[in-house]
Design a protein around this ligand. Structure first.
Ligand SMILES: Nc1nc2c(ncn2[C@@H]2O[C@H](COP(=O)(O)OP(=O)(O)OP(=O)(O)O)[C@@H](O)[C@H]2O)c(=O)[nH]1
Length: 247
């Protein structure tokens, strides 16, 4: 019926009254043994620096950073999970809900943390995380080059056998990655390597264009104990100077 408007709906609905564009959220869980540096890596990416002091994560913390990829603002939500079994029990179900990507972390100076990787992969399987969910392997603490127990070759073999790209880095001084090549096929050690690692994951997720969780721009995600939303340059998106190491 021409001329009849739904109650409360003015005919001159201007663009200013439209809801804000929705920001896609990529939920990335970071898992691995206790002490491998999950908190430091996630902090490094979200806050742009190595934390002065960390304590064992209890349950889960999440950190966020808004990035700009090809003009689209995307919120990267890093779930920093507890490595210690006793701090995980009650939370595990939450980690694995709506996950878009998984980052497995081991410590290059700890053979034990490397041997622990299959059990983390198994846990993912048990929570129905299929191979369609992008996964990467990160060997952390490459700055401790004199203490390395896990060589690049053995780590690379493991990564290949699980169809994951391997990155070796240091949350502490990511610019010097201990002579390792970084990502297999990835760039050298002069740029901010931690940055490039997470950006690579973000690019991969964006290119897949799956159905994402989303929320109105500017709305708080809520639920996390830590909310960091700043780039290294102090801005909200911090897109400047980012590089994607193509793996
Ligand atoms: N040298 C060096 N030390 C690191 C690096 N990353 C983390 N650490 C140190 O390793 C210790 C453990 O780091 P966390 O980030 O708390 O480890 P985590 O994996 O989050 O541990 P949980 O919370 O118990 O699971 C801390 O003393 C950090 O300072 C790194 O790249 N290089």
């Amino acid at each position: 019926m021409a001329g009849v408007e739904p109650a409360g709906f003015p005919s001159s609905l201007s663009s200013t009254t439209l809801p804000p564009p929705r920001t896609r959220i990529f939920k990335i869980i970071v898992i691995g043994d206790s002490g491998v540096g999950k908190t430091c890596l996630t902090y490094r990416f979200c806050a742009g620096k190595f934390p002065e002091k960390t304590e064992a994560t209890i349950g889960v913390d999440f950190r966020e950073r808004v990035i700009d990829i090809d003009g689209e603002k995307i919120k990267i939500q890093l779930w920093d999970t507890a490595g210690q079994e006793r701090f995980r029990k009650s939370m595990v179900q939450h980690y694995y809900r709506n996950v878009h990507a998984v980052v497995f972390v081991y410590d290059v100076t700890s053979a034990g943390s490397f041997r622990g990787l299959p059990s983390w992969i198994e846990e993912c399987k048990q929570h129905a995380l299929g191979t369609e969910v992008p996964r990467i392997l990160v060997g952390n603490k490459c700055d401790l080059r004199h203490f390395v127990q896990v060589g690049t070759d053995v780590a690379q073999q493991f990564a290949d056998s699980h169809s994951m790209p391997l990155f070796e880095t240091s949350a502490k001084s990511p610019g010097s990655n201990g002579g390792a090549d970084g990502a297999s096929g990835g760039g050298g050690g002069n740029s901010d390597h931690v940055e490039a690692i997470f950006m690579t994951v973000a690019h991969k997720l964006k290119s897949q264009k799956p159905l994402m969780l989303s929320q109105p721009s500017g709305a708080a995600a809520g639920g996390g104990t830590v909310h960091l939303d700043r780039g290294r340059d102090g801005g909200g998106d911090g897109a400047r100077g980012w590089a994607c190491s193509s793996c």
